[in-house]
Design a protein around this ligand. Sequence first.
Ligand code: ZN
Ligand code: ZN
Ligand code: ZN
Length: 235
Amino acid sequence: MANCSNCSAPLPPNSIRCDYCGSRNDIDLKGINYYTTHEVDSTRVCPRCAIPLQTIDLKLDGRFLIERCDECLGLFFDPGELEALLEATVANVFAIDRSRLDTINTALRPNDYGVSYVKCPVCATIMNRINFGTKSGVIVDRCKEHGVWLDGGELRHLFEWMKAGGKLLDQERQEQRKKNEAEQERERRDRLAQPIPGGNYQGDDSSFDDYGSVLRMGDPDLFHLIRKAIDFFTR
Ligand SMILES: [Zn+2]
Ligand SMILES: [Zn+2]
Ligand SMILES: [Zn+2]
């Protein structure tokens, strides 16, 4: 957990503002060397503060440009960049620390802005709020076309969550879900393939021939429908 650089109190997760002294902490890119690119000012605008975003280079495997707001310290990532950055930080995480993950998320509270919709810094359309990683607790704002916005403090939270094995947990859950679905599908097929109770009529009346072939096809609905029809016409 990150601590306030001013008073050392633990910072609330998902936030850069200290509950004790009120100072704002720049924690998201702590430990990452980044460089201002001094490129022509981005035309992208902070969705929170409505001022131009600064382009910075994280220099991961060459140039890795993201945009940042100097005021609220929010970050904007082009599509796929956030995933790539997180991927790079958790390449060596092979275990799921469940109690750590629980702690990370128990302490979570709504971020400083509450539930609000923000505009894409590029096209100004209202972005979608999506849950990043099923259980990370971080809801990111995403424009399908242009990328993902993270409020200050959210990246740090995602780092911590990923480092505790959150991504592995997600993968595990997804695999479990697939397994369950496959299992259900198998059960469904088995049910259909089973002989229908009471449907073992082996009479010698040749008018029941079709009825027998429906049985072999194993469709219970069709079977009942046809049996009703036969009952009706042979009454
Ligand atoms: Zn403080
Ligand atoms: Zn801002
Ligand atoms: Zn957009």
